[in-house]
Design a binder for this molecule. Structure first.
Ligand code: AHN
Ligand code: ZN
Length: 330
């Protein structure tokens, strides 16, 4: 009698356990996971912040436009309630030029241990060295997608963070300087390494907080162009695959799968590399990659055509909403 009883009991337990399990796994396969509420990313607002930066003109280190734009970005982060850290440094360019550079950092809940860092470069390139017209190769670019777009998306995120911060995690927004002063194509006798990303290289050696650490980082580089495609950048895949998947799966669940392509891209030397190497923080580079083009980037890349005309609110929305969802889901 007892044995029968136990047999039936264990059979019931086993069955209920199995049915629960299969229910769980099938829902995970078919339905997107339940999401935390994230604020609504306003693409118009990001677009306006990009236009503001573009209106200064090219933001090349050692120019008035650069200084004025740096002041503007600092004031905006302050207005959005972040704790501000300014890092000023004299950095040496590939040709020996001393660059008066400034990394601009805004921290939300700086007291929290668990952190996520969001970053972009705010300078623009001194050379249109990929312009179809060779006489433009030494002319500075406006850097609207290449620079201003990532910063514009992060300013909109900062505005939303002030209204409602995600629970249990502190967010740091970092605007790195002097990313785009790397050795130009027309210089052939100087192929020194590490001439790009000077601001992030400096920060990685001298973080704004001693022993700074974050769980992971997200770099936004060229995130505003119409019909942009974000492939899974190779350095990000190597060092931060689970965060790449988190972002790309979230984008798909939110309906932004046409921008976030589930396929590998190339490896790009970008600010994330120095954050990974210098601080051992896994980072993802969300960067517009065009597998059809010669450079791998948009047709306007490092040309005088990197202007507001290429910027599309739909792309800004896809990137901004995806990043927000990931940090509110944390
Ligand atoms: C190089 O072309 C070495 N790096 C691409 C990173 C970059 C430049 N992002 C914007 N401008
Ligand atoms: Zn560039």
């Amino acid at each position: 009698m007892n044995r029968v009883y136990y047999f039936i009991l264990s059979a019931i337990l086993l069955l209920s356990c199995c049915s629960q399990k299969s229910e769980k796994s099938s829902s995970a396969e078919t339905k997107p996971k339940a999401r935390q509420a994230a604020p609504d990313f306003k693409a118009d607002s990001a677009y306006a912040y990009i236009g503001k930066q573009a209106a200064f003109g090219p933001r090349v280190p050692n120019t008035k436009a650069h200084k004025d734009c740096g002041d503007y970005l600092t004031a905006e982060l302050k207005r959005f309630g972040a704790e501000i850290f300014i890092q000023e440094a004299t950095l040496t360019a590939y040709n020996g030029t001393s660059l008066q550079a400034r990394n601009i950092i805004g921290a939300y809940h700086p007291e929290r241990e668990k952190r996520i860092m969001l970053f972009a470069h705010w300078d623009s390139r001194p050379y249109a060295d990929h312009d179809p017209d060779e006489t433009n190769h030494r002319t500075p670019i406006l850097g609207v997608d290449d620079g201003a777009s990532g910063v514009g998306v992060l300013l909109e995120i900062a505005r939303l963070l002030q209204q409602k911060s995600p629970d249990g995690v502190g967010i740091d927004i970092l605007f790195f300087d002097a990313e785009d002063y790397g050795t130009p194509e027309f210089v052939t006798d100087n192929q020194k390494e590490n001439t790009w990303c000077l601001g992030s290289q400096f920060w990685a050696k001298n973080p704004h907080v001693p022993n700074y650490k974050a769980e992971y980082g997200i770099l936004l580089d060229m995130v505003g162009a119409k019909n942009a495609t974000f492939y899974k950048e190779m350095i990000s895949m190597r060092y931060a695959a689970r965060y790449v998947d988190l972002l790309w799966n979230t984008a798909r669940d939110l309906g932004y799968g046409k921008f976030f392509i589930h396929a590998p891209g190339t490896a790009v030397t970008d600010d994330h590399l120095y954050v990974i190497q210098g601080r051992n923080i896994p980072c993802v580079d969300i960067i517009n990659y065009d597998p059809e083009s010669d450079t791998g980037f948009g047709h306007y890349w490092h040309t005088l055509n990197d202007t507001m005309e290429n910027i599309d609110r739909e792309t800004l929305k896809a990137v901004g909403q995806t990043v927000l969802q990931v940090i509110y889901d944390n």
